[in-house]
Design a protein around this ligand. Sequence first.
Ligand code: NAD
Ligand code: USQ
Length: 388
Amino acid sequence: MKIVVLGGDGFCGWATSLHLSNAGHEIAIVDNLSRRKIDVELEIETLTPIASTHTRLNAWKELTGKEIKFFNIDIAKEYYLFSSFIKEFQPDVIVHFAEQRAAPYSTLSERTKRYTVDNNLNATHNVLCAIADSGLDIYLVHLGSIGVYGYHTTEMEIPEGYLNVKVESRSGNLVNQEILYPPDTESIYHMTKAQDQLFFHYYNKNNGIRITDLHQGNVWGTQTQETKLDERLINRFDYDGVYGTVLNRFVIQAAAGHPLTVYGSGEQTRAFIHIQDTARCIELAINNPPPKGAKVQIFNQITQIHQLKELAETLSKIVKDVKISYIDNPRKDIEDKENDFFVAKECFLSMGLKPIFLEDGLVTEIHEIAVKYKHRCDRSKILPPKWT
Ligand code: NAD
Ligand code: USQ
């Protein structure tokens, strides 16, 4: 299949592009390299020494003989360039990762709030508009977030996208209705993902676009089978207080002898998935599109659920002498101090996903990434900024 990967230079997009190329698909990456520019703005570098886009792509060709094309387009701003590219390339599938993805970045200032909203909403709308305008039957797979629902304790299990409710009709009878499970977001970033869902509903209903929205959990790990092939293909590893996600932060903190930065009580419960499973899930979503005319398909892309305190304790058992530091939660005005989290995750398992569990992948991550590159860790970038 011909597949365009939007945001294919980023953490999930790079791993997925190589995975799909390896599986025999023809891949074109579209990325405006904004994530690399934000590294410069924040004066941070990924723990792993990522190569330039062209070095990466040339290395992939040299090692496998497979070519991945690259187009530097800002899909939020350069609509006509993007739309012409789509008409010319004529993809079967577009995988959309190209959004500003850090909740802390989206709350740093009024500028980063507005950037996140402008970038993410225009990006998603432009993709849908370009598909509709092309007149082609292009299937869209989008990376959403399980965090659109907020992390609160609910008695029920959060379903995969839709909720069946009974409402009272005007004549007083109870009638069944299916609605999107209501979002309740804790950051501007997560709010853009909630709004993306309305764009999907509209373009699916009015233009018949086939769409799968993947409500992904917090991604951990660095390498996949493909990115491991050569150091020039290495994936990014964010560990700083803005872009670093919790488990990867704990991994490098443990290796670098920094106390593990648990925010608040650590009794927050979150959903996780390994980066290799992200790539596999995207492939499964590509191979299992909704039928023409069907509503937007929503899958929860998560494999494990853990309390943060429990993750820190697991690391402190694996790495000797690691201390856990319970620090004042920079998100305390926004997130619940503690929560349980029950969420359905049957769809991918029923399609054959065999997840990589923390118990199996964590030690490899510590030795092959954190210990190997800990000399690149800038400890002054570990503590988080305040949320505004
Ligand atoms: P990332 O920041 O590493 O990658 C995003 C890529 O998109 C970057 O390369 C960036 O340059 C590009 N991009 C952003 N705006 C663009 C634009 N306007 N035009 C062209 N390119 C643009 O992020 P990631 O961690 O790979 O996340 C990818 C997607 O997956 C995001 O949409 C994110 O919300 C979602 N997601 C990520 C996680 C996670 O834990 N990393 C979890 C759930 C969902
Ligand atoms: N946390 C700590 N210590 C840290 C860092 C974070 O205790 O050093 C806590 C936070 O307070 C929060 C949890 O860990 O309770 C997760 O924070 P995070 O920064 O790892 O992740 P989050 O802001 O939720 O966002 C990440 C990705 C985002 C994705 C989301 C998936 O950056 O792109 O959408 O995970 S979801 O699980 O749906 O929120």
